[in-house]
Write a protein that binds this ligand. Structure first.
Ligand SMILES: [Zn+2]
Length: 198
């Protein structure tokens, strides 16, 4: 089963978003007719659709499109996958890294597919906790591995730019399953990624 990356914009959605963003610009005290802002509603409308394109993509289809039978039972770790997501409370970005590991049970997937799955769930309005769990579950439900582990560390612009203004605070979330619920396996994974952790 294939999947398609969307770079095309729904005309009706774009038109609706443009109207709304024009209004937002004016409500914020700006002049949406000012030269520098004339094309902004359209740009934002497209940018927002791009940043939320994950809703249109099936993460499990991505893994299933590159699922290979392989008798390995060593831990597979994909470190430092870049995350660009948006918090659903303020619609401001949170950015960071994901570290994903799994222990195969007869099936593996392409390493790039793991990164793609992270992207599919990140390109939505999210909370970091749910993002972490969704990545774990997509891998668990497609590859049926002996264990899955996901750790995400991210900085939230909504914390950095407003409110408490904690510029350097990093939020870390994790989700484990199977073998990773056991201490030795989890420790091995955390040791493998610790060089990357802040
Ligand atoms: Zn927020």
């Amino acid at each position: 089963m294939g999947y398609k990356k969307t770079e095309h914009y729904d005309e009706k959605v774009t038109a609706g978003l443009m109207k709304s963003y024009k209004e937002i610009i004016d409500l914020l005290g700006e002049d949406s007719e000012r030269e520098g802002l004339q094309k902004t509603p359209e740009r934002v409308a497209k940018a927002m659709q791009y940043l939320t394109q994950g809703y249109q993509i099936d993460a499990k289809a991505i893994i299933n499109s590159a699922k290979f039978h392989e008798e390995v039972s060593e831990m597979i770790v994909v470190k430092d996958i870049e995350i660009y997501s948006m918090c659903e409370h303020h619609m401001l970005p949170f950015i960071g890294k994901a570290h994903v590991a799994y222990i195969p049970n007869g099936w593996i997937t392409g390493l790039s597919k793991v990164a793609r799955v992270v992207d599919v769930f990140a390109r939505r309005l999210q909370v970091q906790e749910r993002l972490t769990i969704q990545i774990r579950d997509a891998i668990k439900e497609t590859l049926n591995p002996l264990g899955v582990a996901v750790v995400i560390e991210a900085k939230h612009l909504c914390m950095m730019m407003r409110g408490v203004q904690k510029q350097n605070s990093v939020t870390t979330t994790s989700a484990f399953d199977g073998e990773f619920l056991k201490n030795p396996t989890r420790s091995e994974f955390l040791k493998l990624i610790s060089a990357s952790l802040d």
